[in-house]
Design a protein around this ligand. Sequence first.
Ligand SMILES: *Cc1c(COP(=O)(O)O)cnc(C)c1O
Length: 373
Amino acid sequence: MKRIPVSGPWITSKEIEYVTDAVTHAWYGNANVYHERFEQAFASYLGVRYAIALPSCTSAIHLALAALNICPGDEVVVPDITWIASVAPITYLGATTVFADIDPRTWCVSAESFASCITEKTKAIIPVDLYGNMPEMDKICAIAEKHGIAVIEDAAEAIGSEYQSKKAGGFGDAGVFSFHGSKTLTTGEGGMLVTAREDIYRRALVLRDHGRPPGDRMFFNTEVAYKYKMSSMQAALGLAQLERIEELIERKRQIFQWYARGLDGIEGVTLNYEAPDTRNTYWMVSLILDPCLGLTKEDVMERLSQDGIDSRPFFHPLSSLPAYDGLLESIRAKQRNTVSYAISPYGVNLPSGMNMDEETVGRVCAALKTILI
Ligand SMILES: *Cc1c(COP(=O)(O)O)cnc(C)c1O
């Protein structure tokens, strides 16, 4: 039997057609045609003013923080549970990362924990729409506004998710997306920075092109900056995927429903939560084991692997990683973030690739039943 991979895209003839057109025609005077189409379509899909296509989400977060002038001595609050890409750029800029706890149901940053992390040095928060779910953005934005803190929403895993009928990535001062091959919409590698703020937009355009103002034809750099650009072939792939976005999201939601039905009635497992005011796009179907079962995420991953099924560990608390070892903020986080530390050892991401069908989900559910019952 074929191994079941944990993630992967859904590519059709439309994508192949657009990329073929880009590699054939998007040169010389047409070099930016696909970027413009992709950025405009993306901004209008989200209902935001500006969108900049980038080589990754990591670069989008780096640019957003840099455009907000985050400096050494500044503090940026992040959820303790997320992919390290959400937060690594804080370190690139020499600022301090502060790890807040998560909400036990949404697994996203807790508004209360965020509030408790604020000091006079706090300059920004990066709420993460984890596994396609949404944090309580109304509370988070209100707290941030009250304290004059910028909000960068990491919607890398949540294209098309909604909170109170507003799309993920459209909250706060800036939003960022990833189009890595594992994500719901892919360009192979890629990312997007969106914002309603003209100052952030203009600043990001200069910073992402080696300190050249847009339109500079004299190659007259005004500062030392970065080089963060997407290729036309990636933009064409992104545009084709975006034109199929509802279909892509429906597939993700369908995969979750198959799992929810397949695992219904099994004691001691909790799947992704969807609050009444939220549309979850379930980037990764995940389950949390009740500790009573006596199994950890490593145990379940190992057993699934023996059955030819790949899975991933629910994110480890960042403050527990060797990468952040010994830092004062990690020591504080280990005391404070009881929910992150309670859930993470028992969480597993199940195969959620766009190629999953009902039968394949059934195979995973059957394997889980033999492990859990
Ligand atoms: C995938 C991901 C990123 C990073 O995306 P890249 O495009 O690989 O840089 C950032 N944040 C979260 C939450 C992610 O899942």
